[in-house]
Design a protein. Structure first.
Length: 107
């Protein structure tokens, strides 16, 4: 049986990425793109509500009683080091301590 790790912080971006920190200190990125046409996440697609992601009860939640299982987030996300080499944050994304600065990934 896998250990269930709580999410302790989240930052959502306009391109449906979630930057996550888990209780064990791991920082990972989860791509929500493939879920945005499925229930219940379709209600967040194209809406500023996606950016209202917050941590509650150890997982990521949005307004309207939408959430996602923390084990899904952990198992299907990639370590932030790997993710940084393949993504580019939007200039309007806000910076949170411990997460990459906005702009191009550092070489």
């Amino acid at each position: 049986m896998a250990i269930l790790l709580d999410v302790v912080s989240v930052r959502a971006t306009r391109d449906y990425m979630l930057y996550l920190e888990f209780e064990n200190g791991e920082k990972k990125m989860f791509d929500m793109t493939s879920l945005m046409d499925k229930r219940p996440f379709v209600r967040l697609k194209g809406s500023p509500l996606f950016l209202a992601a917050r941590v509650a009860y150890g997982t990521v939640c949005w307004p309207g009683n939408i959430d996602i299982a923390p084990e899904t987030l952990y198992d299907l996300s990639v370590p932030l080091i790997e993710a940084e080499s393949s993504i580019r944050l939007q200039p309007s994304d806000t910076h949170l301590p411990g997460f990459p600065e906005t702009g191009a990934p550092k070489a």
